[in-house]
Structures are given as structure tokens and as C-alpha cells.
Design a protein around this ligand. Sequence first.
Ligand code: ZN
Length: 66
Amino acid sequence: MHDGVAAYVLGVLDEEEHEAFERHLDTCEQCQAELIELAELPDQLDELKNDRSSTSGDDPPMSMSR
Ligand SMILES: [Zn+2]
């Protein structure tokens, strides 16, 4: 369950997973600490995305790895 932190921060969980993780987060200090660390990631990803979208405009979502 602890693996969900990154996915949660990136907003790639579906609704059910998102709620389940929030419930877990409420009781899990490990995930709360990790969440704070990872909270800086989306900013960095945003910068990368802005960089890219200014050149190609319509990139496929990152979750499409195939
Ligand atoms: Zn946890």
C-alpha cells in the first residue's frame, strides 16, 4: 500500500484507489513523510511538461507506456 504515494501525488490513481489511499495516509506516518518529500515532484514534472508542450503541443499521457 505504501507504493501508492507517488501515484497519489501524480494524480494517476482512480477514484477508488485515491480514496483508499487517503484513508491509509491518515493512519500511516511513513506515507505522510513520503508524501511531503514527493510533493515537490509534480512541480518538476510540470516544468518538463511545459518545456515539451511548447514544442509539440499534444503529447500522449505519461501513463501510456506501451
Ligand atoms: Zn503507508
